[in-house]
Design a protein. Structure first.
Length: 303
């Protein structure tokens, strides 16, 4: 019978249950660092008037996404590791899944907007202040949010309509999409097709436009007269490129390991998926703090 009102059971990291307490230590540290780092970036940008510029608004958006992303997953994950609190309600499970996938889609859009910001700053510097105003920057952020939520809402409606009459145990530390769909008694081909189309159109098109933007940036930089000018221009993009690589390479690795086991043990696949959700939110503020002197100075003034 259809028991959709029944809760699911998160298994943590299958095969490593005896090590959950030890595994929780680095995850807790990473989460605390993510909270502190992103909160400091947000406070520095909001309180320092010299950082009220489009580029720093985009960085603030990334910080908000990272806080949402990690907070949707890590507290429950630590509850499993520390208290053996495996149960998660039916609605709570899909709410968590919605926040994870929406945050991923929104972050992809913000990274695309940031690449456009760098393109205008380097290729059309005289028109930068007229093209990227503060209001237009906020509108771009809201558009990324609407796009992410808009494409994920139909998927969540589709998934919640499935009957889940198999085991309620999810062999994962959070409500991972494919692990939950595997428990459905209905044919999941519709949700699989929708997920594939959304991932291809959303992330695929974003990555293509980001690559095009940086191709144009690189062409403009190579035309600069001196090596110092070229190096200075490239430095302004360095932190953004690192964040892009961390996001897309980590996401693709996690996704393919979930789709194709490649002979790896289940606990390796789950650990990679878990680390993808917690490591980038910790590293992003560190990357911007190391690479961008203005962010450093803003945080020091805040302290």
């Amino acid at each position: 019978s259809n028991t959709n009102s029944s809760p699911f059971l998160l298994m943590g990291i299958p095969g490593l249950e005896d090590l959950h307490m030890w595994i929780s230590i680095p995850f807790c540290f990473i989460y605390i660092m993510a909270l502190l780092g992103n909160s400091m970036v947000l406070l520095a940008v909001s309180l320092d008037n010299s950082l009220h510029e489009p580029m720093y608004y985009f960085i603030s958006m990334l910080a908000i996404i990272d806080l949402t992303f990690s907070t949707a997953v890590v507290p429950k994950m630590l509850g499993i590791f520390w208290l053996d609190s495996r149960e998660i309600g039916f609605e709570a499970c899909f709410t968590q899944m919605f926040f994870i996938h929406t945050s991923t889609a929104v972050e992809s859009g913000v990274l695309l907007a940031m690449s456009f910001d760098r393109y205008v700053a380097i290729c059309n510097p005289l028109r930068y202040t007229t093209i990227l105003t503060s209001s237009r920057t906020i509108q771009m952020g809201l558009l990324c949010l609407a796009r992410g939520a808009g494409v994920m809402t139909p998927l969540m409606c589709l998934l919640t309509s499935f009957p889940y009459c198999k085991t309620r145990a999810i062999p994962h530390s959070y409500c991972e999409h494919m692990a939950v769909v595997a428990l459905a008694c209905a044919d999941p081909s519709a949700s699989d097709l929708y997920s594939l189309v959304v991932a291809t159109l959303l992330v695929g098109s974003d990555s293509v436009f980001i690559t095009f933007s940086y191709g144009m940036i690189l062409r403009s930089v190579m035309r600069l007269p001196t090596a110092d000018a070229r190096l200075k221009a490239l430095r302004t993009c360095g932190s953004h490129v690192l964040v892009i690589l961390l996001f897309y390479v980590g996401g693709l690795l996690s996704m393919y390991l979930q789709m194709f086991s490649l002979g790896l043990a289940t606990h390796i696949q789950v650990l990679v998926a878990d680390l993808y959700l917690v490591v980038p939110p910790m590293l992003n503020p560190l990357i911007y703090g190391i690479k961008m002197r203005q962010i450093q100075e803003g945080i020091f003034r805040l302290l």
